[in-house]
Ligand binder design. Structure first.
Ligand code: PLP
Length: 431
């Protein structure tokens, strides 16, 4: 942009200020207002600078604003199984960098489809028992690109979307120009009502998640598949918080519950349990071909670096044969929930690996998080609106197989002490 040029007449540009003073907007003041609003509500987000040290996860080093360093334990990461530092993954990435270099050098359509991408896609299709899969640079992009493209493929498509779907699904549905219906979270009766109210001949798709990451509750997959059959709808599931962790080979809750064949499009990430980066959909050959051909979010962006694809493929392949890691993960989550519950803390327990402790106030949540970090070297990011509804602000713990008994003891003791220190109610909140 040539910021110092302004139009002086039709089609003419001249040097000079672009915005005459008398009509100018105070952009800085508007930014200040927007940021102040977050401060006022106690939900201005600050992140800490950490460096994960290879081989030492869940430990990391926090560099304070004054430059001093402190050893911390990460309790809020989504590297659920510690695969981000697994030798099998790192070796595959090193090998790929040595063989092929850094970036892919292009979009998938223009020189950016490599053997590494194809191998990973084959691995993922196999994981979910689908004919094909399609890689994206993240699961966010996979959701957004796919859901915003589907109405181009199925004119008149109505998307039925769970009220608590992830922001990436909401964005995809919102800007796809098609019709949408929002059903109350996990409420299949409401979903049925909405389906019944629409034209039986209209193409339909139901979009939902297998595990909702903030409460850790499961979607009613089978009931939704039954409704989809009854009303002739396609099914779209986000398995981002389940792939690698559920099912005999890590194919997610749909694999665990033997329902993958009833889902038309499965979305997953390579950034959480698989410890690397990237996202994908797995579906029929024809569905992937159509999305590949129509989705701007697939077409007009550089493909993942081959080393990332290589690391992810190694991780997916490894976890297909590592049920013991999944079991240890679940055991860790159960122990932590049990111990926090035993102290009367208000945790949400839906039987998944996610351990949310409800604080219910953004200021208290931030304070607890700050104190855990400063006094105990425990890092858990506060979760506020809009990620969760106001009044349900929380600390969300993600125990993993690499969090040992010492780390667990320290966390439980710290929570006990701080809960008392902050005079937060136990029994009442726990009820
Ligand atoms: N879907 C859900 C439910 C998520 O929680 C997230 C990220 O946290 C995503 C999709 C996006 O995944 P990614 O980090 O691969 O973009």
């Amino acid at each position: 942009m040539q910021g110092n040029m302004s139009k002086t007449g039709p089609g003419k540009l001249a040097l000079g200020p672009t915005r005459p003073m008398e009509t100018s907007v105070d952009y800085t003041a508007k930014l200040d207002d927007a940021i102040q609003k977050l401060h006022d509500e106690g939900r201005y987000r600050t992140f800490i600078d950490i460096e994960r040290r290879n081989g030492n996860f869940p430990h990391a080093v926090w560099t304070r604003p004054d430059g001093s360093e402190q050893d911390i334990t990460v309790w809020c990461g989504n590297d659920y199984l510690g695969m981000g530092q697994h030798p099998v993954v790192l070796e595959a990435m090193h090998e790929a960098i040595k063989s092929t270099g850094a970036g892919s050098g292009g979009t998938r359509n223009i020189s950016g489809t490599t053997v590494y991408h194809k191998k990973l896609e084959a691995e993922l299709a196999d994981l979910h028992g689908k004919e094909a899969s399609l890689l994206f640079t993240s699961a966010y992009i996979a959701n957004d690109a796919t859901l915003s493209t589907l109405p181009k493929l199925f004119p008149g498509l109505i998307i039925y979307s769970d009220a608590l779907n992830h922001a990436s699904m909401i964005e995809g549905v919102r800007r796809n120009g098609g019709a949408k219906r929002i059903f109350r979270h996990n409420d299949v009766a409401h979903l049925r009502e909405l389906l019944e109210a629409d034209d039986p001949a209209a193409p339909k798709l139901i979009a939902f998640e297998s595990i909702y990451s903030m409460d850790g509750d499961f979607g009613p997959i089978e009931e939704i598949c039954d409704l989809a059959d009854e009303f002739g709808a396609l099914t779209y599931i986000d398995e981002v918080h389940a792939v690698g962790m559920y099912g005999p080979r890590g194919g997610g809750v749909t694999e665990r519950d033997r329902l993958a064949h009833r889902i038309d499009i499965i979305n997953g990430t390579l950034a959480k349990a698989y410890g690397v980066m990237g996202g994908y959909i797995a579906a029929s050959e024809k569905m992937c071909d159509a999305i590949r051909s129509y989705a701007p979010g697939f077409i007009f962006t550089t493909s993942l670096p081959p080393a990332v694809a290589a690391g992810a493929a190694a991780s997916v392949a490894y976890l297909k044969t590592a049920p013991e890691l999944r079991e240890r993960h679940q055991t860790q989550a159960s122990i932590l929930k049990l111990r926090l519950k035993g102290m009367g803390l208000p945790i949400i327990d839906h039987g998944s690996h996610i351990v949310p402790v409800i604080v219910g106030n953004p200021v208290h949540t931030k304070k607890l998080s700050d104190m855990l970090l400063e006094s105990f070297g425990i890092y858990v990011q506060p979760i506020n609106f809009p990620t969760v509804p106001r009044g349900t602000e929380r600390l969300r713990f993600t125990p993993s197989p690499v969090h040992g008994p010492d780390e667990m003891n320290r966390l439980v003791q710290a929570m006990d002490e701080l809960w008392s220190h902050c005079a937060l109610n136990r029994a009442e909140l726990a009820g």
